[in-house]
Design a protein around this ligand. Structure first.
Ligand code: FEO
Length: 395
């Protein structure tokens, strides 16, 4: 099961082909994922990260068969979240005195989750571990990327950055490297991962990227903890992260709506027509949030310069699908995005005003008071919706 990464470095992780949801039910993973763990075999043998708990027995059996517990000199835990630390309890039963190198915050998160007092060796940025044959492992704290306990580990000589969650993708594959998989799948999954997991930490990420670049060390491989490793031009994903962290947007407007009796759907489609008519260059995308995957729609919003949000009025408010999306987007702290709202109503018609409040609360720049129509939209209402779309495209 182990796969060669480079020289004496091997992948000893787990490919989870069946994974469809991650973080409980919060994040869709249509293409599965991997839990990447590694072993470095120089004069010292060092394990870097483990796998998610359901695969702990399989991981431990493989480590015993392919390495032997007696040969393990150290364990590095780059991050305490259970998808990477979940096999530690099973592993540490066999090597109870083995030193575990991690950040001080990871000591807290590991103790808090597993209630074990292993031989923790807390490390800070710049601390290193000599593994013989002239090679060292150097630790770099990655605080809030994406947990307080996160860290990366750099292997000198082989020039491998074990980046843990940063630069990952939820992509199950038998292949190990970025030049061995579909570029289309990889781009899509890397962006979805950034948009849905890392955007709240874009400011910290910009500082950390600058810090890593200032180290001026050669990086031949970025060995992530999910998906493929970046071997072909590893700087390409660092460049993309720099772009995504800088309040990213493309020339795209996304219309997201829900509808009860099709009135708001008709408005949504008419607004999309108006946007396309007013600006031939803009990409217009339209999603019924009740029917499409929220994380995929969120990635489309991440790419957009404007979100146009639609809901009919029910119980003096917007529909729960819209409220759920806006609650999620508020947490992601997208910046530099315009927005407007629209919707049909029967009598009281509060949804547009409610959505304006949700959009502003989530950090969107609401550029218009919105468009609402009473009862089923007819020819004139449809024409007004098209004009509303045209007006938004020109904002
Ligand atoms: Fe933050 Fe892949 O765990």
């Amino acid at each position: 099961m182990k796969k060669l990464v480079k020289n004496n470095v091997y992948w000893v992780g787990k490919t989870d082909w069946e994974l469809q949801k991650f973080h409980g039910e919060e994040l869709s993973t249509h293409k599965g994922s991997t839990y990447n763990a590694y072993v470095v075999r120089e004069e010292k043998t060092v394990l870097i990260d483990t796998v998610w708990a359901p695969f702990a027995d399989e991981y431990v059996r493989n480590i015993e068969a392919e390495i032997g517990f007696e040969n393990i000199d150290a364990v590095i835990c780059n991050h305490g979240e259970v998808d990477h630390s979940g096999a530690l309890p099973a592993l540490m039963k066999h090597i109870p005195d083995c030193p575990v190198y991690c950040t001080a915050n990871a000591v807290k998160s590991l103790r808090g989750q597993y209630h074990e007092d292993w031989n923790f060796q807390p490390v800070k940025t710049g601390d290193s571990l000599d593994i013989g044959n002239g090679k060292q492992l150097i630790f770099v704290e990655m605080t809030m990327l994406h947990w307080p306990d996160s860290m990366a580990t750099y292997l000198t000589g082989d020039n491998i950055l074990f980046s843990n969650d940063a630069f990952g993708q939820h992509l199950a594959t038998e292949r190990l490297f970025n030049d061995e998989v579909s570029a289309c799948d990889l781009d899509e999954e890397a962006m979805k991962y950034y948009a849905n997991i890392l955007t709240p930490f874009s400011t910290q990420l910009q500082r950390k990227l600058a810090e890593i670049q200032a180290l001026n060390v050669p990086i031949d491989i970025i060995a992530t903890s999910h998906g493929v490793l970046w071997r072909d031009r590893p700087e390409q994903i660092v460049e993309k992260y720099a772009l995504w962290a800088a309040d990213y947007q493309e020339n795209q407007i996304t219309v997201v709506y829900d509808s009860m009796w099709n009135g708001t759907r008709k408005l949504a489609e008419s607004i999309a027509k108006g946007i396309a008519a007013a600006d031939p260059d803009v990409a217009v995308k339209l999603f019924n949030i009740a029917k499409f995957d929220m994380n995929d729609v969120t990635t489309e919003v991440f790419k957009s310069k404007m979100l146009v949000l639609g809901s009919p009025t029910m119980a003096n408010s917007a529909l729960q699908s819209i409220a759920g999306l806006m609650h999620y987007l508020k947490g992601l702290k997208f910046k530099n995005k315009k927005a407007a709202a629209f919707g049909c109503y029967g009598w009281s018609g509060e949804a547009v005003k409610v959505m304006n409040g949700m959009l502003a609360d989530a950090g969107f720049d609401v550029v218009d008071e919105g468009y609402r129509h009473q009862w089923n939209p007819d020819g004139e209402a449809i024409e007004k919706a098209v004009e509303f779309g045209q007006m938004l495209a020109l904002k």
